[in-house]
Design a protein around this ligand. Structure first.
Ligand SMILES: Cc1cc2nc3c(=O)[nH]c(=O)nc-3n(C[C@H](O)[C@H](O)[C@H](O)COP(=O)(O)OP(=O)(O)OC[C@H]3O[C@@H](n4cnc5c(N)ncnc54)[C@H](O)[C@@H]3O)c2cc1C
Length: 463
């Protein structure tokens, strides 16, 4: 008999959600995590007494507790977590800002975005309505071939500015491809960001992760930290066991891998297929902490600003180390009903070039950080005013940091451009969950974990 019915590689959000779902029905399940804490891309760390969240700008897919069919509430039911006890804080509003005062505001009420589009782009009203009808009827998880979003939008919208404005938030929060995105991904992101919206949970990411880990262990699941999986042993196209870096071997009936498609192929000793599976989009992010009073000096009361300072939005890996000409400015305190804080945070994200950061000497790396942080502040001050003099603490991370602390090769936060929608691999009992299955973000990756367990493991197919 195998040591465990299921081994899950990775205690990120998809791994934890998959673990809870499986353990809930009594299956023996072990999560193996190479780091000392859970969370993966969305974790936390301490610096100088501040708890800093690595990923969280906002959660997507907002829904009030009463909306039974909403993805967020379905997720909570599947994990047997109380949605009523999970206190959420909705965004104030977010802004898409392009040159010549071209702006669109949106909130968790989709009507706001529609009204903004209708008043600023009156010639696009019919086309936008027809596009919405297509989005409403589209199944992004059907096994359809890749479909160009830019071509699809071009069928309904005539003004390239509106297309660029709509694409910026959806691309920067989840697109692993440059220039264009698969229409299925567009639909997922459109629904989760524009039609459902942004929120923050009460407390920190650390609290949210503790809630998930507690639920998992309460159902009898086991979790081991500092346990890097080095290889998966396969016989007759079935995963038989996993080998840890310390040499331990754990046998199992099935495996879920949340380490992405390239990482999973490596564990299976399959060819990496580097070109098609490696994502090229990575980012730098700076976190600034200011005294609470400094909030008054910032020229924005939005929750998130998606800005582009050039006429055409170019979603691509920049040729220089960082491209501060477009990006995201997030104010994590700007959510309704959050308890008062002593400090005020600003998080700023830009596209970055992994190779330039990776190949820099340690000295050059530090110099590059200084130089690009300064450029980023200069650019973003044009939008929110000068906040520099109020900074009491700052930290920045680069594509190399993302690669070091997660399994994302080349710091590709959104994983592979090739999504494995059904989670299947050449091994009949090993499945991919998480970012590379096609769901994105925190709620998306958790839905992915649950979906893979439901589709492949809670049937008689494997166990
Ligand atoms: C800077 C940044 C900002 C973000 N902002 C947001 C946001 O505001 N809102 C939002 O919804 N999403 C955001 N995201 C995206 C979100 O964090 C991810 O979509 C989600 O966390 C992915 O979860 P996952 O489980 O698929 O993968 P991961 O988080 O990558 O989890 C994989 C886990 O596997 C572990 N692992 C890897 N290799 C091994 C191995 N060999 N053995 C054992 N363990 C291994 C890793 O350590 C990791 O814990 C952000 C991400 C980043 C990086």
């Amino acid at each position: 008999m195998a040591d465990y019915s299921l081994v899950i590689i990775g205690a990120g959000l998809s791994g934890l959600a998959a673990g809870i779902r499986f353990a809930r029905f009594g299956g023996s399940v072990l999560i193996l995590e190479k780091h000392a804490i859970p969370g993966g891309l969305n974790s936390y760390y301490y610096r100088k007494g501040f708890l800093l969240e690595t990923g969280l700008h906002a959660m997507t897919n907002f829904a009030g507790p009463g909306d039974k069919r909403a993805p967020l509430n379905r997720l909570f039911r599947q994990l047997k977590l109380s949605r009523h006890d999970f206190i959420t804080h909705e965004q104030y509003s977010s802004l898409i800002s392009f040159p010549d005062n071209a702006t669109l505001r949106f909130s968790n009420d989709f009507a706001m975005l529609q009204e903004e589009i209708f008043s600023r782009f009156p010639g696009e009203i019919d086309g936008f309505r027809r596009l919405l009808a297509v989005i409403d009827g589209y199944n992004p998880f059907a096994p359809e071939p890749w479909l160009s979003t830019r071509a699809m939008l071009g069928r309904f919208l005539h003004d390239p500015l509106l297309t660029d404005m709509l694409l910026l938030p959806l691309m920067v929060y989840g697109n692993s491809e440059e220039h264009d995105m698969d229409f299925a991904q567009f639909v997922i992101m459109f629904r989760s960001i524009y039609q459902e919206g942004f929120f923050r949970p009460e407390g920190t990411m650390k609290d949210f992760l503790a809630l998930l880990v507690d639920q998992f262990t309460a159902f009898g699941g086991e979790i081991r930290y500092n346990s890097r999986v080095e290889a998966v042993a396969v016989a007759d196209q079935r995963a038989k066991s996993v080998k840890l870096a310390d040499g331990a071997i754990i046998s199992c009936d099935a495996v879920i891998s949340t380490v992405g498609a390239p990482g999973t192929f490596e564990l299976l000793a399959l060819p990496r297929q580097e070109d098609s599976y490696a994502g090229r989009m990575s980012f730098v992010e700076s976190i600034y902490i200011l005294p609470h009073q400094a909030k008054e000096t910032v020229k924005s009361t939005h929750t998130i600003i998606f800005y582009c300072l050039t006429d055409h939005f170019q979603y691509r890996r920049p040729e220089q180390a960082v491209d501060p000409s477009w990006g995201v400015i997030c104010f994590p305190e700007n959510f309704h009903g959050l308890p008062p804080a002593d400090t005020f945070q600003i998080r700023i994200t830009h596209a970055a070039n992994y190779d330039l950061w990776k190949n820099a000497t340690p000295h050059d790396y530090q110099m590059m950080k200084k130089e690009w942080v300064a450029k980023s502040r200069e650019m973003t001050a044009k939008i929110i005013g000068n906040y520099q003099q109020n900074i009491v603490y700052e930290d920045s991370f680069t594509p190399v940091t993302i690669e070091r602390y997660t399994a994302k090769a080349r710091g590709a936060v959104y994983g592979s451009p090739v999504k494995v929608k059904d989670g299947r691999t050449p091994c009949s009992n090993l499945f991919i969950a998480g970012t590379d299955q096609g769901f994105l973000g925190i709620v998306g990756s958790m839905l992915s974990g649950v979906t893979i367990v439901n589709q492949h493991l809670l049937t008689s197919e494997v166990v």
